[in-house]
Design a protein around this ligand. Structure first.
Ligand code: PAF
Length: 294
């Protein structure tokens, strides 16, 4: 199959197509890859658009990866609309989509591999979701092996996932290059997520408080300590009674270490990220923002 940059429709590629497809590319052409679990939204399309700016040919994958879910109910409830997804990929000119079967990704059974993720997998979100990041690394590694992209694009909404995938790429001799892309938000500020489909309109409106609370911390220009940030944000997010905070983590953006909990951010010389997870009913939402640039 010959790739057809800038032409419709988005091609469905099988693993058998991939090698021929890569060989058919002009020498020096770059392949960009956007892995997804489907239920696409504007955030995913922004990743595709970014990949199209950086690369000659862009491939997306759609696969709901069982090994990264902690709750089987969450896995079963994950939304799926492959036809709708392919239409969306086509609308932004994505060249190809890969829809792997589980047997191809997990030929030895559905279980995560174990990677040395430099401890990043056990921290923060990883502490609430044991095994989650090993599951992500396993499927992403296998997709990289199969598709052999030059660059792979990941959204910064999953801030820790970006760090984990960067570590995975380091293990793989910097192959592919990981390109982090900005969070795409609803007009209300709510970070776009496939999970937002499970929110009622009221929950959607209430959940915008997460970004408002994050922005208030950024506006405080480093005058608050991590403990004060956690307290202020928990109060703001839970004020309406619609959301329950799971975690608010104040971390150094580079390595996810925690600054001194009692000292105002401006006393450190580091870029600081606040990462939030909260429940709206049964739907777990995450968001993050750089609140201090150091
Ligand atoms: O971010 C996601 O959608 C998933 O974690 C990914 C990277 C596609 C791996 O399953």
């Amino acid at each position: 199959m010959t790739p057809t940059p800038n032409q419709a429709p988005t091609q469905l590629i099988s693993v058998a197509d991939i090698i021929a497809w890569k060989q058919a590319l002009e020498k020096g052409s770059t392949v960009g890859f956007v892995p997804t679990m489907g239920a696409l939204h504007e955030g995913h399309l922004a990743l595709i658009q970014s990949a199209m700016q950086h690369c000659d040919v862009v491939v997306a994958s759609i696969y709901i990866n069982p090994t990264q879910f902690n709750l089987s109910a969450d896995f079963s409830a994950y939304p799926s609309d492959v036809d709708g997804d392919i239409a969306m990929l086509h609308s932004v000119g994505c060249h190809a989509v890969f829809l792997p079967e589980t047997d191809l990704l997990y030929p030895h059974g559905v279980a995560p591999d174990h990677f040395d993720l430099a401890g990043l997998d056990g921290l923060l979100e990883g502490a609430h979701r044991p095994g989650h990041f090993q599951g992500v690394a396993t499927v992403v590694n296998r997709l990289f092996d199969l598709l052999m992209p030059d660059k792979a694009f990941f959204g910064l909404k999953d801030f820790q996932q970006v760090k984990v995938v960067q570590q995975l790429a380091t293990i793989r001799d910097s192959n592919p290059e990981i390109i982090p892309c900005p969070i795409v938000r609803e007009p209300s500020g709510l970070a776009m997520s496939s999970r937002n489909r499970r929110l009622t309109p009221d929950q959607c409106a209430d959940a915008s408080v997460i970004f408002i609370a994050l922005q208030a911390i950024a506006d405080s220009q480093g005058s608050l300590s991590p403990v004060e940030i956690q307290s202020q944000m928990t109060g703001a997010i839970q004020a309406s009674g619609a959301l329950i905070v799971e975690a608010i983590d104040v971390v150094c953006a580079d390595d996810l270490t925690c600054p001194d909990p009692m000292i105002p951010l401006r006393n450190h010389d580091k870029k600081v990220q606040v990462m939030v997870s909260a429940f709206a009913g049964e739907v777990r939402l995450i968001d993050n923002l750089t609140v201090y640039t150091g």
